[in-house]
Design a protein around this ligand. Structure first.
Ligand code: FES
Ligand code: FES
Length: 154
């Protein structure tokens, strides 16, 4: 089947999408967008987080055809210089980097909702994003930095 949707602001028509295919598979294997990572495929790790009509979703749990006619934004759509991305780099919150795309997407959505989140709010927002490397402290530092006035120039 054909999936027609907006991906990172560009209208895409993707053919031969199977009914049971996940949005994550389609993005990575058919659309050439490998930034969203596939770690668990069970909705447990958050590494595949994308925005679907502005809401963060685990792309591994969304059928690709559910995105028909809708807007998908992946980490590639941020362009690499988003303040949250810069804050992750500035604070050393990236080690192997596998979790980073999903964390960045989740953190951005938090900061849009809560521009000055408390530490418990940051912890709660990021609870669905697993990282095996960092111990999370630098990730929390990155979100705090992105939320601060210094975040814009990080
Ligand atoms: S790969 Fe989707 S939540 Fe882990
Ligand atoms: S930096 Fe390696 S899993 Fe998070």
């Amino acid at each position: 089947m054909r999936l027609s949707c907006s991906i990172n602001g560009v209208r895409r028509d993707i053919d031969d999408v199977a009914g049971g295919e996940s949005l994550l598979f389609t993005l990575r294997e058919r659309a050439g967008l490998a930034g969203s990572k596939n770690a668990c495929e069970q909705g447990e790790c958050g590494s595949c987080t994308v925005y679907l009509d502005g809401e963060p979703v685990c792309a591994c749990l969304v059928a690709a055809l559910q995105a028909h006619g809708r807007e998908v934004v992946t980490v590639e759509g941020l362009g690499g210089a988003d303040p949250v991305q810069r804050a992750f780099v500035a604070t050393g919150a990236v080690q192997c980097g596998f979790c980073t795309p999903g964390l960045v997407m989740t953190a951005r959505e938090l900061l849009q909702r809560r521009p000055n989140p408390s530490d418990p709010e940051i912890r709660e927002a990021l609870a669905g994003n697993l990282c095996r490397c960092t111990g999370y402290e630098k990730i929390f530092d990155a979100v705090r930095l992105a939320a601060s006035p210094a975040g814009e120039s990080a």
